[in-house]
Design a binder for this molecule. Structure first.
Ligand code: FES
Length: 119
């Protein structure tokens, strides 16, 4: 399974934005929901995960850092913004590169290429 096989599922984007997931900084495509961003990072586990993608299941819930209380949101309904900090995630969200060297290289390549040549 390769990221390029899924290029049509992402909203058009010109650049990657930086967010933080459980303390780890990552770059993900702007103009996309957080769940799509998770898919960008971990194409296999999120594509095959148990998600309705339409707001019904709540399996995609994450908690965003907030000045008062961390704010729960549905990642399939929340558009990514630069600097977002996700401090907690539902157990159903698994972000793991497939483990083979090739998939990690592909992901790194997508992060490195000029924005106008992504997809
Ligand atoms: S994927 Fe089901 S509510 Fe977001």
């Amino acid at each position: 399974m390769k990221l390029e096989d899924y290029k049509d599922v992402f909203e058009p984007f010109d650049r990657l934005v930086e967010i933080e997931i459980l303390g780890i900084k990552v770059k993900v495509p702007e103009n996309n929901t957080l769940l799509r961003c998770f898919q960008f990072l971990s194409i296999e586990t999120v594509s095959l995960g148990d998600f309705c993608w339409n707001g019904d299941c709540a399996n995609c819930r994450v908690w965003l850092e907030s000045t008062s209380k961390d704010k729960p949101v549905l990642s399939c309904r929340t558009t990514v913004k630069e600097g977002m900090k996700i401090v907690k995630m539902a157990d159903e969200i698994s972000l793991k590169p497939s483990g083979d060297d090739k998939s990690e290289v592909v992901l790194d390549d997508y992060r490195a290429v000029p924005s106008d040549s992504i997809f």
